[in-house]
Design a protein around this ligand. Structure first.
Ligand SMILES: *Cc1c(COP(=O)(O)O)cnc(C)c1O
Length: 374
């Protein structure tokens, strides 16, 4: 559904009768929270990633929190986290009880965490590094994993932008110790609210499954089927369960992903062609692997040029955004934070253009024309 005030929105969802029919079926079957449909969603998701143990949860922030706790990140630990990401990446680590050390971006051509920052920020208390595949572009994982191995750190992937991204033939989300996805409506697929944690190893996955439902050793679904009669509580857990309605939507959305990513890729390439000889630069993001093209980012020459470009687009009722105001600049996170000049320069000069599978080539041309007519 489009906001009436925008002609071209930043993001949009792709839904039709297939999602409606899937939800209807759950309502008819009358088993509403985590059960067989959620299990099937997890299996389809893992199949799409070509590996891993998938654990469905209520949202992407819960996925990050659950991953951190399942991997043993807690009070007394430090986590290195990029500053140029959505605030949830850092908030989840704080909720796990850890302290966050913010890392700078690589360059104006590659917004993701600078792997050299790991060496600068690491202390004897550092337990993990979180990476975010900004806009869907894979992080330099060889460099991150090498630094992590040198210091015995866990690697947690915030893959909220990177469903469908690959590096060296492997899916993002399976490149570290845990990968976290969000199905919020502005992501590459949606379940309304929803998220997924994936692990390469069975042990943390089993722990995450338990923690997702109060640390209990059996589920209501198991008891309903007569597979269990009682339960013990072996961990301090949460209620991060997904429900069957959302899982049913998720199964349909996963089946659409290849097609949706293809459209995103075609539109992203069109932006790149149209803006090639212009004052607006599309970063290369290090040109690693395959991007799921979650965001269309453009770097302008200055803050003034960025604000002027955004105003021109707004006048044409074309929605834009800035991903992201750096977390270390927010009031709650500011205390004790040093300057992180590259991320700050990106935040001043970046603009995110509309990119979603409902856009046409003509829409992209219109956005570019509005950008280029001063
Ligand atoms: C969307 C997003 C999240 C949070 O996901 P929710 O499902 O909204 O909780 C975390 N990190 C990044 C990078 C995101 O884009």
């Amino acid at each position: 559904m489009n906001d009436m005030s925008w002609r071209i929105t930043l993001a949009d969802v792709v839904l039709d009768e297939r999602e409606r029919a899937a939800v209807d079926e759950v309502l008819r079957d009358r088993w509403l929270s985590m059960g067989p449909v959620t299990e099937r969603f997890e299996a389809e998701f893992a199949k799409y990633l070509r590996g891993g143990q998938a654990v469905a949860v209520t949202n992407g922030t819960a996925a990050l929190h659950l991953a951190a706790v399942a991997l043993g990140i807690g009070p007394g630990d430090e986590v290195i986290c990029p500053t140029l990401t959505f605030v949830a990446t850092a908030a989840a680590m704080l909720h796990a009880g850890a302290t966050v050390r913010f890392a700078d971006s690589t360059s104006l051509d590659d917004f993701s965490i600078d792997p050299d920052e790991i060496e600068r920020l690491v202390t004897p208390r550092t337990k993990a590094v979180v990476v975010v595949h900004y806009g869907g572009f894979p992080v330099d994982m060889d460099a991150v994993r090498a630094a992590a191995a040198r210091h015995g750190l866990l690697v947690l992937e915030d893959a909220a932008h990177a469903l469908g991204s690959e590096l060296d033939g492997q899916s993002c989300g399976l490149l570290g110790d845990a990968g976290c996805f969000s199905f919020f409506p502005n992501k590459n697929m949606t379940t309304a609210e929803g998220g997924m944690v994936v692990f390469r190893e069975e042990e943390p996955a089993a722990k995450a499954r338990r923690l997702r439902s109060h640390g209990m050793t059996s589920l209501t679904w198991d008891r309903h089927r007569g597979h269990a009669t009682g339960y013990d509580v072996v961990d301090l857990g949460f209620n991060y369960r997904l429900d069957e309605l959302r899982a049913a939507i998720g199964i349909v959305q996963v089946s659409r992903l290849d097609e949706l990513t293809q459209v995103r890729t075609r539109l992203a390439n069109r932006y790149r062609e149209k803006l090639a000889e212009s004052p607006f630069t599309i970063p290369s993001f290090g040109d690693r692997g395959r991007s799921a093209h979650h965001l269309a980012s453009v770097i302008t020459a200055s803050l003034q040029q960025r604000e002027a470009a955004r105003a021109r687009l707004r006048e044409q009722r074309i929605q834009t955004s800035v991903h992201y105001p750096p977390i270390h600049r927010f009031s709650h996170y500011r205390a004790g934070s040093a300057e992180l000049p590259t991320a700050e320069a990106i935040a001043d000069r970046v603009v995110t253009l509309p990119l979603h599978p409902m856009l046409t080539d003509g829409d992209v041309d219109e956005v570019c024309n509005a950008l280029l007519t001063e």
